[in-house]
Ligand binder design. Structure first.
Ligand code: G3H
Ligand code: 13P
Ligand code: ZN
Length: 311
């Protein structure tokens, strides 16, 4: 099956009260680990690449791997640019076979965000590529996306209609208290999300797909494994799964997960090397790492997102 854009999958997710998992990919083991789970669960999926992933793995390799995944599985798979920083990067992904892009103008003022987002939408829609915009700023650090907690800001529901109407975006990422990375809340701080903002946004945008970034739950079993095998991950805190389930059942149609994959991959590699100190074949080291990715994605699909058997 050729790669698809997000239009149809978001419509079904909105109507069905579930969310599609959007997982960040950087190499073959991550792509295969994710799609193995999706195939077993018959789940649609978004595989997304950040600018730094494109720098690391290179655009063509990423696209060909994701195309191979779609061809091998027959699943609806969208190839999405995560946090597109500017028009040129979005254009390069659109020209280079991505089926969906995010233009992240959230750090600009409202008018500038509208202008750059509209420019990307006008270009993308000529080629059937869907566009995600963002209003409000998440806290957290992940390579090229870095926002101090005191500069983060919740989405203002009063702005969303104007933004969507003026830009023509296909989905909107909002800030309700999630954040990027593995340290989402301060030690002792009670994890909280502003579901009141999500509610107000969805009332103002009936039928419109909402996106949640920074939605890893920082799964305790993998954090414990990292610590057991010599890694340091003190004070890692994610979004509680019951909150993610609540979001997935609402207007949220896309839930972004990267850190949970990184943590599981690292935990599995640490464990394998600790238990097999003589191994130096990357296939032996990365086989359990790929399986750990499959376990995480299976868990997300079946217990958080609700997208099993929706392909
Ligand atoms: O939101 C950011 C993504 O997790 C991508 O992170 O730039 O380290 O690939 P990255
Ligand atoms: P996490 O760091 O919570 O996995 O968020 C990933 C993300 O939002 C990618 O855009
Ligand atoms: Zn993000």
């Amino acid at each position: 099956m050729p790669l698809v854009n997000t239009k149809e999958m978001f419509k079904k997710a909105y109507d069905g009260g579930y969310a599609i998992g959007a997982f960040n990919v950087n190499n073959m083991e991550i792509v295969q680990g994710i799609v193995d789970a999706c195939q077993q669960q018959n789940a649609p999926v978004i595989l997304q690449c950040s600018s730094s992933a494109r720098k690391y793995a290179r655009h063509l390799y990423l696209r060909k791997m994701v195309e191979a995944a779609a061809e091998e599985t027959g699943l609806p798979i969208a190839l999405h640019l995560d946090h597109g920083p500017d028009f040129e990067t979005c254009k390069s992904c659109i020209d280079g076979g991505f089926t969906s892009v995010m233009i992240d103008g959230s750090h600009f003022d409202f008018e500038e965000n509208i202008a750059i987002t509209k420019k990307v939408v006008d270009y993308a829609h000529q080629y059937g590529v869907t566009v995600e915009g963002e209003l409000g700023q998440l806290a957290g650090i992940e390579d090229e996306v870095s926002v101090d907690a005191d500069k983060a800001s919740y989405t203002d529901p009063a702005q969303v209609q104007e933004f969507v109407e003026k830009t023509g975006v296909d989905s909107l990422a909002i800030a309700i208290g999630t954040s990027h990375g593995a340290f989402k809340f301060k030690p002792g701080q009670k994890p909280q999300l502003r579901f009141d903002i999500l509610q107000e946004v969805s009332e103002r945008l009936p039928g419109f797909p909402i996106v949640l970034h920074g939605a890893s739950s920082v799964m305790p079993e993998y954090v414990a494994m990292i610590r057991q095998y010599g890694g340091k991950m003190d004070d890692a805190i994610g979004i509680p799964e019951d909150m993610l389930r609540q979001a997935a059942a609402s207007a949220v149609c896309k839930i972004n997960v990267d850190s949970d994959l990184r943590i599981a991959l690292t935990a599995a590699i640490r464990k394998h090397l600790a238990e097999n100190p003589t191994h130096f074949d990357p296939r032996q080291i990365l086989t359990p790492a790929r399986a750990a990715i499959t376990d995480v994605v299976t868990h997300k699909i079946t217990t958080v997102l609700g997208c099993a058997n929706r392909a």
